[in-house]
Design a protein around this ligand. Structure first.
Ligand SMILES: C[S@@+](CC[C@H](N)C(=O)[O-])C[C@H]1O[C@@H](n2cnc3c(N)ncnc32)[C@H](O)[C@@H]1O
Length: 353
């Protein structure tokens, strides 16, 4: 064996361990408000940051040094620490930054969750989103929320033919696989004449979605604890959304048939699904590809194989050709793909005719 090759490979493996540790540190920074306190504050000492966040200076100092080592914050020549505007956009500004990412860091997977993954490898039956728990549903909402909230009305809906006009006039909207309700609440808030109904088989997600709508005082959003297959046929929906969830469904073919029946004849189905090509070698151009396979094994494929006979598409399984096949088989006649400058997803505008 070439000792240099072993060293090099060892380094690659330990880099993932470093990623695990840095992920935990990002979670601590988010949860303790450390990034938020540094945002816009200029250079700060560890004592100043500890005082601003009511935390212990010694722990904060160690965290700051680690963050500087990870190049997530900057250490100035005089030993202070600073969060630049770019760093704040990704680590601190959840409200207004489309690039906010710190909410995706949940501080690790609980040991019972890991045991459930081990079981799934042995039984072939995966864990549903509901079984992944409330923290997972809330974490997902924070991961996809900034883009959903900020790009939905400014970028995504305006790309569709005639949809914004209908929403302004008053439309029936169904958000299938709505999770914790960020998208449905955003539409209900932006289009008060429209009525938005979120469906999700996860009880914990529906509880979070209902709380979100109640807190925002939305009277035109409601949430129903049911899968896509249970959509009432002939609902006459003007717009059905299927955001980052079709590949999670055990039988997306049946779900699409139910969606088609629930759509008005001139309605629009808007699908957001993970950007992939169907060719592993081409997908390798994505520098974060291994992370997507991790999401798949731990979450998406789990849900897609949570029933016997589940198709098990997985996170990267709904590439454009496969999507077109599925929607065509479900009886849709028109299919337009939109590339909306979203690094992780593609969008599909689908109609019955
Ligand atoms: C990754 S989350 C996406 C949630 C939300 N749409 C978003 O964009 O954040 C996938 C969601 O699909 C839901 N799901 C799984 N199987 C489903 C089914 N058969 N019908 C409807 N939703 C389903 C899960 O419960 C989960 O909330």
């Amino acid at each position: 064996m070439d000792p240099d090759a072993v060293k090099q490979f060892s380094f690659a493996v330990w880099s993932y361990k470093m990623g695990e540790q840095v992920s935990l540190m990002i979670h601590l920074g988010d949860r303790l408000g450390l990034y938020r306190a540094m945002s816009g504050a200029g250079p700060m000492t560890s004592a100043e940051l500890a005082a601003a966040t009511e935390t212990d200076e010694r722990f904060v100092r160690e965290w700051l040094l680690g963050q500087a080592a990870a190049k997530l914050i900057t250490r100035t020549d005089d030993g202070s620490f600073e969060l630049s505007d770019v760093q704040a956009a990704v680590l601190a500004d959840e409200e207004d930054s489309i690039s906010f990412a710190a909410g995706a860091f949940r501080g690790g997977t609980d040991p019972a969750g890991v045991d459930a993954l081990i079981d799934s490898f042995r039984t072939g039956i995966g864990v549903t989103y509901e079984q992944q728990g409330t923290a997972a549903a809330a974490g997902l909402a924070r991961m996809t929320g900034p883009w959903s909230r900020l790009a939905l009305t400014s970028v995504i809906l305006p790309a569709l033919d005639g949809v914004v006009d209908k929403l302004e006039a008053g439309a029936t909207v169904i958000d299938v696989g709505c999770g914790a309700g960020v998208t449905a609440a955003t539409i209900a808030e932006a289009f008060p004449n429209s009525h938005c109904i979120g469906y999700d088989p996860s009880t914990v997600a529906i509880e979070l979605a209902s709380e979100r709508a109640a807190e925002a005082g939305l009277t035109n959003a409601e949430f129903i604890n049911a899968p896509a297959d249970a959509l009432p046929p002939d609902s006459g929906a003007d717009l059905v959304l299927c955001f980052d969830c079709l590949h999670d469904m055990p039988r997306p073919d049946r779900s699409l048939e139910a969606i088609r029946s629930a759509l008005a004849a001139d309605g629009t189905l808007l699908i957001k699904d993970i950007r992939s090509t169907g060719d592993f070698n081409k997908d390798r151009r994505n520098p974060l590809l291994a992370m997507f396979y991790g999401f798949s094994v731990a979450s998406c494929l789990q849900s897609a194989r949570s029933e016997a006979g589940g198709m098990g598409l997985g996170t990267l399984g709904l590439y454009p050709e496969r999507m077109k096949e599925l929607v065509t088989e479900a009886g849709f006649g028109s299919f337009v793909r939109h590339d909306l400058d979203d690094a992780a997803n593609l969008y599909y505008e689908v109609r019955v005719a």
